[in-house]
Design a protein around this ligand. Sequence first.
Ligand code: ADP
Length: 332
Amino acid sequence: MRKIAVLTSGGDAPGMNAAIRAAVRTALYNGLEVVGVRRGFAGLIEGDFFLMETGSVSDIMQKGGTFLLSARCDEFLEPEGRKKAAEQLRKHSIEGLIVIGGDGSLRGAESLYREQGIPYISVPGTIDNDLPGTDYTIGFDTAMNTILEAINKIRDTATSHERTFIIETMGRSSGFLTVMAGLASGADAVLIPEKKAEIEDVCQTLMERQKQGRLHNIILVAEGYEGNFRTNRDLNESNAFAIGKEIASRTGQDTRVIILGHLQRGGSPTAMDRILASKLGARAVELLMEGKTSRMVGLKGNAIQDSSVEDILKKKKEIDLDIYKLNKILSI
Ligand code: ADP
């Protein structure tokens, strides 16, 4: 392998820059040429490439987002789009790809390999931490810390005004971020997609707390949570608002709703994310050089390991229900 390319794809995550830096510098250290691709798979199709040197990745590690830019690319969902991407890679004599992104990006890279034979190694970059094959994805730790900072501030006003705050966190299909942030913030209740009908439970807890004179509450809701609503829900608005109304109507408490939204995706990456990204980015290049393909690098226990992308895509990462239970015990 003489020349490789690096791209970031799908939802951005803090720490992606550190992963790019590690991949680029490991490649250069080993005498490879390395090309940056702008805007993920869209840039592959367009041939939006530039040759990188060690200085190309200076001063990016501390920045959130991805300096290579990211995009969602519908054309890449079709074999024709992937054929164009492979042609661009061949035209530029690029022999392998490092793909930093979430499960969609893994699917894209895997299809490109199967149809066009372009070897790749993927690096898990998503705040959702919803990929099997790694204990943590790049961006998760920073996102959790961002959520905690927000909750700390919300708590101040929740306490002063004796209000119940419903805080929506990211996670369309996984409650991982929400459960972990719940434990770290001491949230009074956590609602996640993996656990369905819970609103009654939450309301009961709130009523009990009310009897004890505890009138401020922090409830975390993953955006993918679907509860059992008594009140009519407006399907165009976030579930969090419906939950707020539902809780207010069932308990009579003064509720406020906050959607943390894209705030959670930004910010300077934490030390944990920078270290993880540096290790994974470097390992990904080594694997490509060893002639491997279709593997995702990840952290298991305290060791960097790699697993088959095919296997990863077949599984769903289970959240740790012990943590969910611990949340409940600690919030009584
Ligand atoms: P993430 O990587 O964060 O999960 P997406 O799910 O949006 O983000 O995926 C990023 C891109 O990967 C998509 O815009 C598309 O170009 C490509 N992609 C996603 N799923 C597939 C698939 N099944 N086949 C081919 N390409 C895919």
